[in-house]
Write a protein of this length. Structure first.
Length: 239
């Protein structure tokens, strides 16, 4: 999948009338980012020019910001450097990865030493996003990051049924069932209209508390927003 609404992104980046961001400031920021990308790769301007089949004068003009880097050129720069095209214009987004699931698919917290900074796809980042890593060595999903939007108002919608979700329990249900912990899995509607959370690898309820419960027993049930491997973020993400 490629980034969505690229025209909107470019228009936002270039919209300078009526705000405090001048063209000059945008140019300087673009220059700094291009330099950072080259430094991270261990390249100089000459190397980039060679990879893009451009003359060094063109790349030098980009670095000096005597003209903007167009989107099609940003895509080519990203391809040879190994980054996302938006990184040519905007700093990458990152958050601390604190949560994971093992083979049981119950959500657990990494120790402080194990917590790391991970990159987030630009189009999926916002302050209320929750990242959970799949830590199941030997499985095809091991190492993947799942992002979930944590709702600030309505905590559960019937639209979540049948989807891969991050689920928490209501305080009342936690008191009634000690197995009620935060999990990720497929939220399923049962024949008696109760709900269950199904383990995606075993096709069985994640735990005893996930076998059968009522909608009011849920705290949050929010579908996965995106799944991706952080090592491949510059190439693609899967929704």
């Amino acid at each position: 999948m490629t980034i969505k609404n690229t025209n909107n992104i470019i228009s936002i980046l270039n919209k300078n009338k009526g705000n405090d961001v001048s063209i000059d400031k945008h140019h300087k920021k673009t220059m700094a980012l291009l330099k950072d990308l080259l430094d991270r790769k261990g390249w100089n301007q000459r190397k980039l020019a060679k990879e893009l089949h451009k003359d060094t004068t063109t790349v030098n003009r980009w670095a000096k910001n005597s003209r903007d880097i167009k989107w099609d050129q940003a895509e080519k720069i990203a391809k040879v450097i190994g980054c996302h095209p938006v990184e040519v214009y905007m700093p990458q987004k990152s958050i601390t990865l604190r949560w994971y699931v093992d083979a049981g698919y119950e959500v657990k917290k990494y120790s402080e030493k194990e917590q790391t900074e991970i990159r987030i796809p630009f189009e999926y980042y916002h302050p209320n996003v929750k990242a959970i890593q799949i830590n199941v060595p030997g499985s095809h999903v091991d190492g993947e990051i799942y992002l979930f939007d944590i709702p600030q108002t309505k905590k559960f919608s019937s639209l979540a049924i049948g989807k891969y979700c991050y689920c928490t329990s209501s305080e009342k249900y936690k008191k009634k069932n000690k197995a009620a912990v935060n999990v990720i899995g497929i939220l399923k509607s049962n024949s008696d209209y109760s709900l269950s959370v199904i383990h995606p690898l075993t096709n069985q309820p994640v735990n005893e508390a996930c076998k059968s419960f009522q909608p009011e027993d849920l705290g949050i049930a929010t579908p996965v927003k995106v799944k991706y491997n952080p090592l491949l973020i510059s190439q693609f993400v899967n929704t």
